[in-house]
Design a protein around this ligand. Structure first.
Ligand code: ADP
Ligand code: MG
Length: 714
């Protein structure tokens, strides 16, 4: 079974060098990213399956894998070509089993009446008879011993079948080296921690995964390997955090009466208790020279913007600069406008920076950022371009953080360290990220483990929950008649459609049934909302046009906006009370919630109408959840349940860490445990530089280094 005493097998032995492994298999495995024995051990079965001990034919149970042996009493071929099948009858003392082999006509020459066979497969009952389809088989010597009573049920690993390597082949290759290879596995967990957590040793865990004796062993092994993934990740997160805190200085922005007073003058309303608490948490961070790294999460409309403004004014009050990065031009423009309003009459000089700006305007803004004549910059991704150099950037705010990747956050942090001139006598700015996609606590810990988290858990006073209804498209007339009555009372509405024109919609859509922006806009103008002021808003409009439309909508000069999801995040027009979402089943849950958050922002109750004829169970489920709950947090949990964090956060760029065994939701207890253990470990050994830490450090850098951007630490 093993490679034999004189063949040295180590973890780096190429698969091709394992005696008895076909070259073809070695090449296929290498292509799958399994070049050597170490990788082979890490190529884990995705489940396990019981193979019952050999029994008599009469004892075969339907639908579980079992082995039986017996004598072939008859064979025959039926059908032709691809339909050809070979049948054999197997008998033992207890009964009869029919074997059926598809597509293997050559078996006619291999299996002959009078032979003894051992077969393994799933038996199915056909009427009174039992049948196995495409079983595995081996021919037995006529005088082979009958199975002894010692043969037990076996728990077998099932490997993902990929590129021509079957699970059985993978199992056979693993079996050749497992015993020897396990001997080379070193454990990175300190013995004491491992025992306290009742985890098996790493080598035992691999054995139990590849060749378990029981389901309990599989569970224990899985628990250990999942814990490892989470722990190593959390160690990385905490190491990075410790590194940042030890080696980088941010400007301390102490609280002074003058600064407090000037900030208060700028904020046009009483902060809610929740806002006040979060502002205090941020101010306390900013007062230190330890770089702040804080996430503010708050449901749509909870008032995160003023909290951000407060933080930025603390930088400006101390003679530094601040920046706010938003994920879309529309949102950046809106923040720029609302902040300009709040700052009107103050000394604060504010500017907008987006990619779409005319070159001349951009150049002068860049110059102002560099020489410090601009105090506060609101912008898009353009802010992280290499051409942007601040004189003294002390506070960075990133709005709707889930739309940005970890790398982008890191890039903005670097922006603080420009000049040796002037006030820039520090390494890095304080960073505040904000999100309205509420993150379940466990996920938050995983994704943003290096962040402190503040939560705005209440809405400003006077908010009424938005009423959500769903109607099918045949009742669209009624919906728009009702919208019309609202608009005639001076309220405003958003009408959201999935695409600008259906020709440009994604391939999956059915162009004939999709009501696109142009169609809806024209229809409403001609019929249902005729005589009212309607405008279109979407990403393909020029910035000037877009700004103009938004400004007129904000000023109440437009009654209804027909828009794509460009209005999804952050857009804030308190007089807008109605949102109608066409083809609502095509949107994701988080997206629908964000869209719904556009209304009910003033004193008047908001209403959200979802027009949908859902065609998939998921689509109906999302619509149902939307009607049932307005609470962003429980909604997000449902969303995570339905789709998993990878999907919720969209692409790889949103940075869900790559776990193979662990599932942050299912393993939330383990995650919490790993987080505590990692924090304690880093507390004792901040750089993992101790003699007992080397292996853990090496493994975490290999697994999670790139994702965590640990290059500077490693
Ligand atoms: P979000 O958290 O979704 O970014 P915003 O910051 O856009 O929310 O705030 C939503 C609306 O609530 C804005 O019109 C804002 O001016 C208003 N607002 C925020 N805080 C308060 C408050 N404490 N009292 C009254 N209105 C507030
Ligand atoms: Mg916002």
């Amino acid at each position: 079974m093993n490679a034999g005493p004189d063949t040295p097998i180590s973890l780096t032995t190429p698969i091709g060098a394992i005696p008895g492994v076909k070259k073809d298999h070695a090449e296929k495995l290498a292509r799958l990213g399994v070049p050597n024995v170490g990788h082979l051990l890490a190529h884990l079965p995705h489940r396990h399956e019981w193979v019952r001990a050999e029994a008599g034919i009469a004892d075969l149970a339907a639908d579980s894998i079992a082995s039986v042996r017996g004598e072939v009493t008859a064979t025959r071929m039926t059908g032709y070509g691809r339909k050809a099948r070979f049948q054999a009858v197997l008998m033992d003392d207890t009964g009869r089993l029919d074997l059926v082999f598809f597509n293997q006509p050559y078996l006619r020459d291999k299996i002959k009446p009078g032979m003894r066979l051992r077969v393994q497969g799933k038996a199915a009952r056909y009427g009174p008879g039992l049948q196995m389809t495409n079983p595995k088989f081996e021919t037995l010597e006529i005088d082979a011993p009958e199975p002894g009573a010692t043969e037990d049920d076996q728990l077998r690993p099932v490997y993902p079948v990929t590129e021509g390597i079957t699970s059985d082949q993978a199992e056979a290759i693993v079996a050749k080296v497992l015993g020897t290879a396990l001997g080379h596995i070193e454990d990175h967990l300190p013995e004491e921690l491992r025992k306290n957590r009742t985890m098996p040793a790493l080598r035992d865990a691999y054995r139990m995964m590849h060749a378990p004796d029981s389901e309990d062993e599989v569970d224990a092994a899985r628990r250990r390997l999942a814990y490892d993934e989470l722990l190593l990740f959390q160690l990385g997160v905490h190491m990075k955090r410790a590194h940042l805190r030890q080696t980088m200085k941010a400007p301390p922005l102490e609280r002074t009466d003058a600064v407090e007073k000037s900030i208060r003058e700028r904020i046009p309303f009483e902060l809610t208790d929740a806002q006040r608490r979060v502002v205090r948490e941020i101010a306390a961070d900013l007062a230190l020279d330890v770089p702040m790294n804080r996430l503010v999460q708050g449901d749509v409309g909870s008032g995160k913007t003023v909290v951000a403004l407060d933080a930025m004014l603390r930088a400006i009050g101390h003679g530094h600069q601040a920046s706010l990065m938003a994920p879309t031009e529309i949102l950046a423009e809106q923040h720029y406008l609302s902040m300009s309003d709040m700052l009107a009459g103050s000394n604060v000089r504010i500017a907008l920076l987006t990619g779409a700006m005319p070159a001349g305007e951009k150049a002068s803004t860049l110059a102002g950022i560099a020489d410090g004549t601009i105090d506060l910059v609101v912008g898009t991704h353009a802010l992280i371009s290499d051409r942007v150099a601040f004189r003294s950037l002390a506070v960075v705010v990133i709005d709707e953080q889930h739309r940005f990747g970890v790398e982008q956050r890191a890039k903005l942090r670097v922006k603080g360290s420009v000049g040796d001139a002037g006030a820039g006598e520090f390494d890095t700015p304080h960073v505040l990220v904000m999100t309205a996609t509420p993150i379940p606590r466990t996920i938050g810990l995983t994704l943003f483990g290096d962040l402190d988290i503040s939560t705005i858990d209440a809405l400003p006073p006077g908010r009424l929950p938005v009423k959500t209804r769903t109607v099918t498209s045949d009742r669209r007339d009624e919906v728009y008649a009702w919208v019309r009555s609202k608009l005639e009372k001076g309220e405003q509405a958003y009408i959201v459609v999935p695409a600008i024109d259906s020709g440009a919609s994604s391939g999956a859509a059915q162009p004939d049934t999709l009501r696109d922006l142009r169609t809806v806009h024209k229809e409403l103008e001609d019929a249902e909302l005729g005589g009212l002021r309607i405008a279109a808003l979407h990403g393909r409009l020029k910035r000037d046009t877009r700004e103009h439309v938004m400004a007129r909508f904000r000023a109440g000069k437009i009654d209804a906006l027909v828009a794509t999801t460009v209005i999804e995040v952050g857009v804030d027009v308190p007089n807008a009370t109605v949102i109608v979402i066409e083809h609502a089943d095509r949107f994701g849950l988080a997206q629908l919630h964000q869209l719904r958050g556009r209304v009910g922002r003033g004193g008047k109750p908001g209403a959200c109408v979802l027009i949908a004829d859902p065609k998939t169970p998921d689509g109906s489920e999302r619509i149902k959840v939307m009607c049932e709950t307005t609470d962003g947090f429980s909604l997000a949990e449902r969303d995570f349940e339905i789709r998993g964090p990878g999907d919720v956060f969209g692409t790889r760029q949103s940075g869900v860490p790559p776990f193979k065994v662990a599932d942050p939701i299912r393993d939330s207890k383990l995650l919490e445990l790993a987080r505590r253990d990692a924090a304690a470990w880093i507390g004792l050994s901040p750089n993992l530089a101790g003699p007992g830490d080397a292996l853990a450090r090496r493994r975490l850098l290999r697994l999670h280094g790139p994702w965590l951007g640990l290059g500077d630490v490693g």
